[in-house]
Design a protein around this ligand. Structure first.
Ligand code: B1M
Length: 214
């Protein structure tokens, strides 16, 4: 078994015993972000399929998620970082009713390492909290993440509330249940055609933030 296969399998099995050794070995060949994107996330995709088809129970999904978090935390200090003045501020949150935060936290790491200030509010955040944080931190952008189908509706409602509150901050939306079409029609309309963009993955999020802030 190669280290690539082992790492993917560790995510599927939620197996943390000796994880660091495999990560160190993979680091000889791949940069940390590539380990996350092409090895660990492959494992997470399998977990999603097994869970979705009823072949994996929730406690095991949780173990996989914890393994993913342990791996990301181990790799994080090895990532390249841009230093200097913050290039812009983003308020980032997983929306109300949703606990999924692995993708959001990856966005945080990638933006932070690229010189942006990230105010990460955490999971299950009501829109009132997001709005007041955006004002308090004079955010250049608001980022909302959510993986549940119902979170896509919450995002649209959040944008309606931001419109009512008179906010005019560009918004980046991401998460597995979203589609570009939904963001570019329903969500854009809900925000009075102000700037709302869809991020397919964390790098897309970085590109969008760069366009907004630079
Ligand atoms: Co849950 N879950 N889960 N889950 N879970 C999904 C999302 C699901 C698709 C699984 C399935 O059925 N196949 C399904 C949703 C179905 C639906 O809505 N129709 C589901 C369900 C049903 C649930 C529960 C309801 C289960 C239950 O309780 N019966 C429950 C929900 C609780 C709640 O939120 N209220 C639940 C719970 C959990 C765990 C706690 C066990 C765990 C989460 C742990 C954690 O995050 N701390 C979990 C997990 C791990 C998953 C799957 C398997 C993997 C998600 C993940 O971390 N992926 C997931 C399956 C799937 O997504 N297909 C699933 C890796 C991560 C890096 O990807 O977050 O998509 P992702 O982020 C990507 C992009 O989307 C993007 O960038 C990242 C990649 O670079 N991105 C952004 C995301 N946010 C962004 C923001 C941006 C930019 C890009 O800018 C702002």
């Amino acid at each position: 078994e190669t280290v690539e296969e082992r790492l993917k399998q560790r995510i599927v099995d939620g197996d943390r015993q000796g994880l660091e050794d495999d990560l160190a070995e993979a680091m000889k060949t791949y940069p940390p972000l590539e380990i996350i994107n092409s090895l660990l996330l492959d494992g997470m995709k399998v977990v999603g399929e097994l869970f979705g088809s009823g072949q994996m129970q929730l406690p095991f999904v949780l173990q996989s998620a914890e393994t993913m978090k342990t791996a990301v935390a181990w790799l994080e200090p090895h990532m390249e970082k841009v230093d200097g003045q913050a290039k812009g501020t983003i308020v980032l949150a997983t929306v109300k009713g949703d606990v999924h935060d692995i993708g959001k936290n990856l966005v945080d790491i990638i933006l932070t390492n690229n010189g942006y200030r990230v105010v990460n509010l955490g999971i299950k955040q009501p829109i009132a909290t997001i709005i007041s944080a955006a004002k308090e931190h004079k955010a250049d952008a608001v980022g909302m993440s959510g993986l549940l189908v119902k979170s896509t509706v919450i995002m649209r409602e959040n944008l309606e509330e931001m419109t009512r509150e008179g906010l005019d901050v560009p918004v980046i939306l991401g998460g597995a249940a979203l589609t570009r079409a939904y963001v570019e029609t329903d969500c854009v309309n809900a925000y009075g055609a102000k700037r709302v963009a869809y991020a397919r993955d964390a790098f897309d999020g970085l590109n969008l933030m760069a366009r907004i802030a630079d």
